[in-house]
Design a protein around this ligand. Structure first.
Ligand SMILES: Nc1nc2c(ncn2[C@@H]2O[C@H](COP(=O)(O)OP(=O)(O)OP(=O)(O)O)[C@@H](O)[C@H]2O)c(=O)[nH]1
Ligand SMILES: [Mg+2]
Length: 382
């Protein structure tokens, strides 16, 4: 089903190896603003045009993860260099009704959605009559339904093939096959009800089967309501997105796509001034990246010093020795111990020296589970 042409990509900023290999993918109907939001996230690049399917090749870029803690550390340590952490973003071509049967740009793009770790489902809420909507009018709840049913139909096709194969082999009476058969039936039922599988409880055995199936419905999703600047949460169109989100347990984030894409071309100082003028603390983009990171189960630790302050993203539950390996394989191999204090303690005490005086500076071994906001130095010997 997903055979044929290999997906093709257009790398907007080639820093892919800098990321963890985790990525979020922008999905949605054609012409809803995916490339605009992509440009806002990665700070430039993709073709924005007022016609459907203006994006054919997936754009890949790297978004900087904003973190005020890093700026604070840079000031405290007088660091000459600052390196934020990054997140890969993919801008995928628009999906239309029938995509699961090959309509529009069809299956090829479902295959590309399969490759990402978090889905950012972009939903048009902005009214602009100059921008055509593939269905003729702006109706967020209907649009969400179109996209989701294509994803669910693609999954159902996968499951049907699985089930047929299991049923052929079932005559052997293998107990494992029965477990799998039950699972496939249950999944089919859930998908037929239009339910999303992410967040549902599965046994360890089921989880390992699920991994094999690579279902789209197991991916975490965020709804991104693409709004015009003046639209707020109380807007009826935004409310309709949030209502669908509440029913499905999916969080909604508001983003003024076009405005943020324009702002992305300004200097950081000008941008900050603009947000202040609007009475906003952070942009929708910052909220979006933070939410995507959270859904990926990522946390941040820091290294800080005069030379450089840097944010590192790791999976929750990562042990100190593995975290050291993020920085350099030698550090992991020759790991001796980690010297750790928390960002919160640094803020409470005011300086690294005060943290030491209060006895809040810790020595930790290789098995220490790194916490979000840890500031770490690794001792190693190779
Ligand atoms: N008024 C308004 N227009 C927007 C906004 N976001 C995007 N647009 C316009 O909508 C049109 C489509 O935007 P794109 O970013 O190319 O949309 P896309 O989803 O990537 O489209 P395809 O790649 O064709 O699927 C362009 O004319 C944009 O300028 C917005 O927030 N407000
Ligand atoms: Mg596009």
């Amino acid at each position: 089903m997903f055979g044929g042409r290999r997906p093709s990509y257009h790398v907007v900023k080639g820093e892919k190896e800098e990321t963890m290999g985790l990525s979020c993918g922008l999905i949605g109907l054609p012409n809803v603003g995916k490339t605009s939001v992509f440009n806002a996230l990665v700070g430039a690049g993709g073709v924005v045009a007022n016609y459907p399917f203006s994006t054919v090749e997936t754009n890949i870029g790297v978004a900087v993860v904003p973190d005020v803690r890093l700026s604070t550390l840079t000031k405290i340590f007088h660091s000459q260099k600052v390196t934020p952490s990054t997140l890969e973003v993919r801008d995928i071509a628009g999906l239309v009704q029938g995509a699961s049967h090959g309509e529009g740009l069809g299956n090829q793009f479902l295959a590309q959605i399969r490759e990402v770790d978090v889905l950012l489902h972009l939903v048009r809420c902005f009214p602009d009559s100059n921008v055509m909507h593939v269905a003729g009018d702006v109706n967020p709840a209907r649009d969400i339904e179109v996209i989701e049913s294509e994803l669910l139909l693609a999954d159902l096709a996968t499951l049907e093939r699985r089930r047929e194969r299991i049923e052929k082999r079932a005559k052997t009476g293998d107990a494992k096959l029965r477990v799998e058969h039950d699972l496939v039936r249950r999944l089919e039922e859930l998908l037929n009800e239009g339910q999303w599988l992410y967040g549902k409880a599965f046994s360890v055995e089921e989880q390992s089967l699920l991994k094999d199936y690579q279902l789209l419905a197991t991916k975490p999703v965020l709804f991104v309501a693409n709004v015009s600047e003046e639209m707020k949460e109380d807007d009826p169109l935004v409310q309709s997105v949030m209502e669908v989100g509440r029913q499905k347990g999916i969080r909604t984030i508001l983003l003024a796509g076009q405005t943020e894409a324009e702002l992305a071309t300004l200097s950081e100082a000008d941008r900050a001034e603009f947000f202040q003028a609007l009475g906003l603390k952070e942009s929708g983009l910052q909220k979006l990246i933070a939410a995507a990171n959270e859904m990926l189960g990522l946390i941040t630790f820091f290294t800080a010093g005069e030379e450089e302050s840097r944010a590192w993203t790791i999976q929750k539950q990562t042990i100190a020795q593995e975290a050291a390996g993020k920085i350099h394989s030698d550090m992991q191999r020759g790991f001796i111990r980690a010297e750790v204090f928390s960002y919160a303690d640094l803020m409470a005490c005011g300086s690294p020296a005060a943290v030491r005086e209060k006895g809040l500076f810790r020595l930790e071994g290789r098995e220490y589970i790194v916490q979000d906001g840890d500031i770490m130095y690794f001792r190693f010997n190779v």
